[in-house]
Design a protein around this ligand. Structure first.
Ligand code: NAD
Length: 352
């Protein structure tokens, strides 16, 4: 396989690249990434000199560049992680970049796949396109749940997903769409809840929790997500949608208390902040379709505490990675805060 990984310098993309290179010693990959504020080549410094890895800086909305890279590197498969991913930015900072990358960018990828004859394209999407479930139901999102996004990030992702469906139906482009739940693990940009809280606590600050903290998400380790995507690259059926989740529903408050406890802090470190507009109450995934395909989960619900502890340890032990990011984050957060014209000096703590 000669794989083009779009958006490989971000959180899940870099976890996937590390996993893929070690799981497939005979395969090669090219990482195509625009390097927005969320892209970080430090995530990949251990593989930078690997002869089976190459990096190309590029934008997925640039069709000609995509076609050139696909042709020059004899790409057979493509996986797309490239996206604008921060929900709060899409609400408060303007949604244009979200539509450009998450919808138009996916359409350009579909055009590139169609023009070059790539054998399979996996478009990584999110459970947020389905909208919200209620706290008191046992309902879960399955692949037939209607798409009903409640915030601009998710609406732009849904636009890309619908394009995939249309290109499969009209042009037989061999595309698969995935809807995964909240990820955790190493290399996550600290505007998202777990690294955000860890960094705040390490700096001696309080952690801000939205509203009543009862919003529920299904947390999956990025390694399990990577294994699921790998399985789909090998055995997934073009034209199909696959939901990915590990049945690990946790409220934001539960996550917060677990982080505090693992790091040895008390609940006095919690600070309640005003809820975000359109904050979906609960997401839950029915993953039976991909489980039937043979996906094996390592970090099950029972192993969540272990996965979270390892993740926190990773941030604590990778001081250089953290240090190098701090200035970048400070600049990013300052400019984002300015855009928001907010008096509050905290970034909102929602994942995704
Ligand atoms: N983080 C989660 O919990 C989660 C859960 C489910 C699905 N997803 C999806 O997984 C994918 C990856 O998420 P993430 O959290 O790793 O994101 P991220 O924000 O950490 O990384 C996104 C990457 O895409 C790159 N990028 C952005 N715009 C680009 C463009 N126009 N062209 C090329 N590269 C571009 C960035 O430089 C960055 O490296 C996204 O599509 C997201 O919707 C994320």
């Amino acid at each position: 396989m000669k794989l083009l990984v779009c958006g490989g310098a971000g959180f899940i993309g870099s976890n996937f690249i590390h996993y893929f290179l070690s799981a497939h010693p005979d395969d090669q990959l090219v990482n195509f990434d625009k390097l927005t504020y969320a892209g970080n080549l430090e995530n990949l410094k251990e593989v930078a000199d690997n002869s089976r890895y190459a990096f190309v800086q590029g934008d997925i909305t640039d069709l000609e560049h995509l076609k050139k890279v696909i042709t020059e590197h004899h790409i057979t498969h493509l996986i797309n992680f490239a996206a604008e991913t921060h929900v709060d930015r899409s609400i408060h900072g303007g949604a244009k970049e979200f539509v450009l990358t998450n919808t138009l960018g996916v359409q350009m990828l579909l055009d590139a796949v169609r023009a070059t004859g790539v054998e399979k394209f996996v478009n990584v999407s999110t459970d947020e396109v389905y909208g919200a479930l209620t706290l008191d139901s046992l309902e879960k999102f399955n692949e037939h749940t209607p798409i009903m996004p409640n915030m601009p990030y998710a609406a732009a992702k849904a636009g890309g997903d619908l394009m995939c469906n249309a290109y499969y139906k009209c042009h037989k482009v061999p595309v698969i769409v995935t809807h995964c739940s909240n990820n955790y693990g190493p290399y996550q940009f600290p505007e998202k809840v777990i690294p955000f809280f860890v960094f705040k606590l390490l700096k001696g600050e309080k952690v801000p929790v939205y509203g009543d903290g009862l919003n529920v998400r299904d947390w999956i380790h990025a390694k399990d997500h990577s294994r699921a995507l790998d399985l789909l690259l090998q055995h997934g059926l073009p034209g199909e949608v696959y939901n990915i989740g590990v049945d690990n529903e946790r409220s934001n408050m539960e996550i917060t208390k677990m982080i505090l406890e693992i790091m040895g802090f008390g609940e006095d470190r919690i600070e309640y902040v005003t809820d975000r507009p359109g904050h979906d109450r609960r997401y839950a995934i029915d993953a039976s379709k991909i489980l039937k395909l043979g996906w094996k989960i390592e970090y099950t619900k029972e192993k969540f505490r272990q996965g979270l502890t390892e993740t926190i340890e990773w941030y604590k032990n990778n001081e250089v990675w953290v240090k190098n990011l701090l200035q970048k984050i400070e600049n990013e957060m300052n400019s984002f805060q300015k855009d928001l014209n907010r008096s509050q000096a905290t970034m909102p703590p929602e994942n995704k």
